[in-house]
Design a protein around this ligand. Structure first.
Ligand code: TEU
Ligand code: CA
Length: 571
């Protein structure tokens, strides 16, 4: 496996710093807390960490509105605390990448405050200023994309919230300033970056109107009320078209960034928050990875949908370059939590195990999201005062004030669409605040009540049959199986609608992966496969049907069972 880069062999784990571990007991996660959990992460078996932004921020977008790119938000600790965390992770053989938000800064960043102050200061064109809105562009968060600044009697552009003004990346000084920030963290030894919203960095130069006959608020409302297949199809079309002129492909910029990282030792890596494989360039001159978002955004995970997704993704990557590497994920800080999103309300515990097995057996680098290992679920807030995601607060007020939606209904809709639900504090113990912070301290978001119903690390740590111990076991199996880490993929039994079967293979190892997505027992025949002997690596059904001898002609699968068999060929 030595010919592969470290980021092709690791399992990433996304930490949302504000919600992971509170070391100074103020209800907000911090580096002290994160450092105290490095042994937990090592024991879990993840080998690379992605931190959502830890930089100073006014928190309009929970930290994705940055007011200082080369510092640590005081509530998360000091730069020294960051270095303690980084060296602690490296000492345990774990890599660390940071979140790099290139498209925009906070409107409280000194760069914007200066730019906004007049029309002729040194930073006046570091952002996108116009005399009046040239088009109907919308922000994806809060209404029109052009906001007025009285100080210079002009409007500035923002793809996201008005508190997140877009940088003008055509300006060479913007690039130099941001590359300095990149070098600051690379010099400290970080192993790479997750590039936030790379597609929004450049907009269409002619700034044409989008063709959708409604505003963002009306489209969000239409998304909520759409019922017929035609309406739902129109919703999807409108979401695609509303922002189509506000996205671009910054390939040249990313090539420049890649060259900076390549100056440093240790194969520093870049993963883009996008699913367009063209960002992987020729396999080594742009991004190392992009996410397989089509799988994350699938309506449900069925064998047929997964098979089609893999066929398309692997073909698209192969077309880019034999070096282009896949990357799969089923959850992050923006998406509903995997456990309920891809559960069916009846077999959620079995499906959570099946979906993890899928992430760890598909070809490519898996990204896990903190809390999924204990089956954390979305927590739907019931009071606007609890909201921390402005996207939801804006939607509530717009729905009530502009669209006349009933306040109770608007609150339900806003709570369902916002990202508070999948960002609640990590549940460490069956305690009042889930062991995240002391009982008398108010956490920045409420802790999901299911913390006392077994959804916590402490209870699951001592239960051999818990999801947490299943994650630990599956991660250990993957680490010990080169074919699962770097092997090729080939689908089997492609017409099956109830189970997924495929091979992962290298020159030295072949593993048959079988995932039963149905609640029914199966008896399968894989006699078409050539082998001399078999080695059962793992099967998840403890009460698996006792097979007289294990042969591939009669593979009995229990409901939702995971089976990994090594096919040994003795030449
Ligand atoms: O998200 C970019 C992006 O895709 C969002 O428009 C996403 O669709 C939205 O969060 C609704 O799900 C990145 C970050 O992941 C997100 O947390 C930030 O809010 C956003 O950029 C702005 O930095
Ligand atoms: Ca932009």
């Amino acid at each position: 496996m030595s010919r592969f880069k470290w980021w092709q062999k690791v399992v990433f784990y996304q930490i949302y710093p504000r919600s992971f571990a509170d070391g100074n007991r103020d209800g907000i996660g911090d580096f002290l807390g994160m450092t105290s959990k490095l042994d937990y992460l090592k024991g879990l078996g993840v080998t690379a960490l992605w931190l959502s932004p830890h930089f100073p921020s006014p928190l309009w977008d929970c930290g994705y509105d940055i007011s200082d790119y080369t510092s640590v938000a005081p509530e998360y600790g000091s730069l020294e605390d960051f270095n303690t965390f980084l060296s602690g992770a490296h000492r345990r053989g774990m890599r660390v990448i940071l979140d790099l938000v290139l498209n925009h800064t906070s409107d409280q960043h000194p760069w914007f405050l200066e730019s906004k102050s007049s029309r002729d200061n040194p930073k006046s064109s570091w952002y996108v200023w116009v005399d009046r809105p040239p088009n109907n562009w919308q922000s994806c968060f809060d209404g029109p994309a052009w906001t007025y600044a009285a100080e210079r009697d002009q409007y500035y552009y923002h793809y996201f919230m008005k508190q997140q003004p877009d940088l003008n990346w055509h300006h060479p000084e913007v690039k130099n300033a941001m590359w300095q920030a990149v070098r600051f963290w690379l010099d400290l030894g970080v192993d790479g970056f997750r590039l936030d919203a790379v597609g929004t960095i450049f907009e269409h130069p002619d700034r044409p109107n989008h063709p959708v006959p409604m505003t963002l608020a009306e489209l969000r409302h239409f998304s909520d009320v759409a019922r017929t297949p035609l309406e739902k199809k129109l919703v999807a079309k409108y979401w695609r078209e509303m922002f189509m002129f506000q996205w671009g492909h910054p390939h040249d910029l990313l090539k420049e960034l890649r060259l900076i990282l390549d100056e440093y030792p240790g194969d520093r890596m870049l993963v883009g928050e996008d699913d367009d494989v063209s960002y992987q360039g020729n396999g080594k001159d742009e991004l190392s990875l992009v996410f397989n978002f089509p799988l994350l955004h699938a309506a449900r995970l069925s064998p047929a949908i997964i098979r089609k997704n893999q066929k398309e993704r692997l073909a698209a990557l192969a077309q880019i370059s034999p070096l282009a590497w896949p990357c799969n994920t089923l959850g992050n800080h923006d998406s509903p939590r995997l456990f309920n999103h891809f559960g069916d309300g009846q077999h959620d515990a079995e499906l959570a195990r099946l979906h993890l097995a899928l992430m760890l057996t598909l070809r490519g680098t898996p990204f896990l999201y903190n809390g999924e290992e204990i089956g954390m679920t979305d927590f739907i807030l019931t009071a606007l005062l609890q909201f921390r995601d402005q996207m939801g607060i804006w939607y509530y007020h717009t729905a009530v004030d502009d669209l006349g939606v009933n306040p109770q209904l608007a609150l339900q809709r806003a709570a369902a669409m916002t990202r508070n639900k999948n960002r609640t504090p990590m549940q460490w113990a069956p305690l009042p605040n889930g062991g995240f912070c002391p009982p008398q301290v108010l956490p920045w978001l409420p802790v999901n009540p299911n913390r006392t119903k077994g959804v916590n690390v402490e209870d699951q740590d001592k239960d051999p049959s818990s999801l947490l111990n299943f994650y630990r076991r599956m991660l250990r199996i993957r680490r010990a199986s080169p074919a699962l880490v770097v092997g090729e993929y080939s689908a089997l039994h492609e017409r099956s609608r109830s189970y997924l079967a495929f091979l992962r293979y290298t020159n030295d190892q072949t593993i048959l992966v079988i995932l039963n997505f149905s609640p029914k027992m199966r008896s399968l025949n894989f006699s078409e496969l050539a082998y001399n002997s078999l080695r059962m690596i793992f099967r998840s059904a403890l009460a698996a049907p006792a097979a007289p001898t294990m042969d591939l002609e009669h593979v009995r699968l229990a409901p939702f069972e995971i089976v990994l068999i090594e096919l040994v060929r003795v030449e």
